[in-house]
Design a protein around this ligand. Structure first.
Ligand code: ADP
Ligand code: MG
Length: 274
């Protein structure tokens, strides 16, 4: 299922091809295939994530969700596929993107303080050899404050709880002042207070016109948190507004027999979960 294509008149008066990504899509990929071995982890995926919205990437373990984000960013190579950010090839739009990787994939023994981790978010702008100004340090502290971690600035990152580490990573993304925020399972293994803090920050970003795309594992909160969903199991299963796309039929197609019928009913009843 694809969203209803919208034809937009370009500046030259020509109607744009609706199949092509437009500046109205925050992130779009066409024909993306990624393989670590013989079997593709992501196969021939087209996806369009709307600008100014909160979008979820949903699918079972091993479905290729993290790979989809990493291959979009070029962290792992794509066999094929083109990726655009606000209509521009992603390679030319790096400074508009902030990425928060899956927490489990990060080496937390790295000896560094919280404030340093946040300031690393500024290196792309400042340059590796550039000196961070006092203003930059202040910016980093403001972002720590936004995620409720201002008191932890001088702690070692490895000494924090999972939820606190996740907040620090969000602060690092915030300091980049990006237009598109990509997050891989931001709520995995965090406590309820941290989950609330993170969702509040993400909703605030959206209210500022930013775009958010998050890999999301908790089906119970998908409807409450997101505007748009992309369902994947190696291939694209469905994408579109959460109301019309997060359906029993699409969830069954995505998870196969892995969800019980009762569970699917609970998740997809209008006005139900979340
Ligand atoms: P998800 O995030 O949906 O759980 P991943 O994108 O992490 O899934 O992984 C998709 C598939 O690719 C899985 O079968 C996984 O085992 C495999 N995979 C992921 N990363 C690697 C890697 N670095 N090397 C080999 N296989 C990988
Ligand atoms: Mg993953």
């Amino acid at each position: 299922m694809t969203p209803t294509p919208v034809t937009i008149a370009a500046e030259d008066g020509q109607a744009r091809n609706p199949a092509l990504p437009t500046p109205e899509s925050a992130l779009a990929m066409r024909g993306m295939t990624v393989s670590y071995g013989e079997k593709p982890a992501v196969f021939s995926v087209d996806a369009t994530f709307p600008a100014g919205a909160m979008s979820a990437i949903i699918g079972p373990n091993g479905a290729g969700k993290s790979t989809l984000l990493k291959a979009s960013l070029g962290v792992v190579p794509r066999l094929s596929g083109a990726v655009t950010v606000f209509g521009t090839p992603i390679e030319k739009a790096r400074d508009r993107i902030a990425y928060v990787p899956q927490r489990a994939s990060v080496d937390w023994d790295f000896p560094t303080t919280v404030i340093d981790v946040v300031q690393m978010g500024l290196y792309r702008k400042v340059g590796l050899l550039g000196r961070l100004s006092g203003a930059a340090a202040q910016q980093a502290r403001t972002c720590l404050d936004r995620v409720g971690m201002a008191d932890f600035a001088d702690r070692q990152i490895g000494q924090l709880s999972g939820g606190q580490q996740q907040r620090v990573f969000l602060a690092r993304a915030l300091v980049q002042d990006a237009d598109l925020y990509l997050l891989d399972e931001p709520f995995a293994g965090v406590d309820a207070a941290t989950e609330r803090a993170i969702i509040d920050v993400l909703k605030l970003l959206k209210s500022e016109g930013k775009s958010v795309v998050a890999v999301h594992h908790d089906l119970a909160t998908a409807r409450g948190y997101f505007d748009h969903v992309f369902l994947i199991n190696v291939r694209r299963i469905a994408e579109g507004p959460v109301e019309t796309t997060f359906t029993a039929e699409n969830l069954n197609a995505t998870y196969g027999g892995r969800l019980s019928a009762t569970h699917v009913d609970e998740l997809t009843l209008t006005g139900g979960a979340a």
